[in-house]
Ligand binder design. Structure first.
Ligand SMILES: O=C(O)CCC(=O)C(=O)O
Ligand SMILES: [Fe+2]
Length: 319
């Protein structure tokens, strides 16, 4: 069951409440895994504006959006636009925006949506400001923001167990997930013993509906590694609406905070070897533990994928 408001952490008055907030974060991180933060300092009007920018982007013609894909043409895990998952029968299109670099410059929507680039960069900078508080770390880099759009399914026949987003864990340290009130669907499968096998056979899925004024947070694989499995990277998915539920479009923005690829990670208990994030990712991709990793492998060799990861633009250093 959803744990009422015990899993909402207030980040306000951060400087004077730092220890208290750290304790609460450790508690939710170890016990509940997915949680919400409020008092994060991003105005609702700014969040709404970022959602509006994405609404404008996804409303552009499909042929145009497909030109905003990176050079590996529309595969979905690297920067830019992807509807690949829609083609695969998964009802979602996305645009992965990063900070500016030569590759991003080729795939920002240009004169068809000139407000998009400055607006999204500004929004990511705002996320960048809060992510170090929520993670308790000040060495994280912004890597990317995955802007998701699930079209309306009114009148669409949905086969049973169809998903808008397949079950997966996130690769990075921490995800700040912006959802919109009135657009449910996100579910998590917590539990320290949850694995790719158990998530399929006996996983209990718990709704993580949007909460007004809150950002949904989840721990990524890299933080699980760094915490010797004390903090769990939780499986999550987005389900399609049930017969009597809202069937309109659903939007979300997942802002990923991560370390540099060359940063060496090892937990205090040294349960795992000291490895760079890149090496950890390579290992995971060689022995995929979830469906997204599996899909990466269907389209890239691990070396290929990591080469592109290396080229992801990083945000400003946070002092
Ligand atoms: O759309 C959602 O609520 C979840 C998105 C997500 O899990 C992701 O982009 O990694
Ligand atoms: Fe995710």
């Amino acid at each position: 069951m959803v744990v009422c408001d015990l899993n909402v952490i207030d980040l306000s008055e951060f400087a004077s409440r730092k220890l208290d907030i750290a304790r609460q974060l450790l508690n939710v991180g170890t016990e509940i895994e997915f949680f919400y933060i409020c008092g994060h300092g991003i105005a609702q009007t700014d969040i709404d504006a970022a959602f509006e920018l994405n609404k404008g982007l996804f409303a552009l013609p499909r042929e145009y959006k497909e030109t905003l894909a990176n050079d590996r043409a529309n595969k979905g895990f690297i920067l830019g636009y992807s509807a690949e998952r829609m083609k695969a029968g998964i009802l979602r299109e996305g645009y992965l925006s990063g900070f500016d670099n030569s590759r991003m410059q080729q795939i920002w929507p240009g004169r068809d949506h000139p407000a998009y680039k400055p607006g999204m960069v500004q929004f990511m900078l705002q996320c960048h400001e809060i992510r170090s508080r929520a993670s308790g770390q000040n060495w994280l880099q912004t890597r990317a923001c995955c802007n998701n759009h699930c079209p309306a399914v009114e009148g669409v026949h949905l086969p049973e167990r169809m998903l808008r987003s397949i079950a997966h864990t996130d690769f990075e340290i921490l995800t700040l997930l912006f959802q919109q009130v009135g657009q449910p669907g996100l579910e998590v499968c917590p539990g320290k013993m949850t694995t790719r096998a158990t998530v399929k056979s006996q996983g209990t899925w718990i709704p993580m509906d949007p909460k007004p004024g809150c950002i949904t947070c989840n721990i990524g694989d890299a933080l699980q590694y760094l915490s010797d499995d004390c903090l769990k990277s939780t499986y999550h998915r987005v389900r399609t609406p049930r017969p009597h539920e809202y069937k309109g479009a659903r939007a979300s923005m997942a802002y990923f905070a991560n370390v540099r690829n060359s940063t060496v990670l090892q937990g205090p208990l040294k349960k795992y070897p000291a490895l760079t994030f890149n090496n950890i990712l390579a290992m995971k991709l060689q022995a995929p533990t979830n469906q997204i990793e599996q899909k990466v492998l269907e389209e890239y060799s691990p070396e290929d994928y990591l080469k592109y990861q290396d080229d992801l633009p990083v945000g400003p250093e946070y002092e």
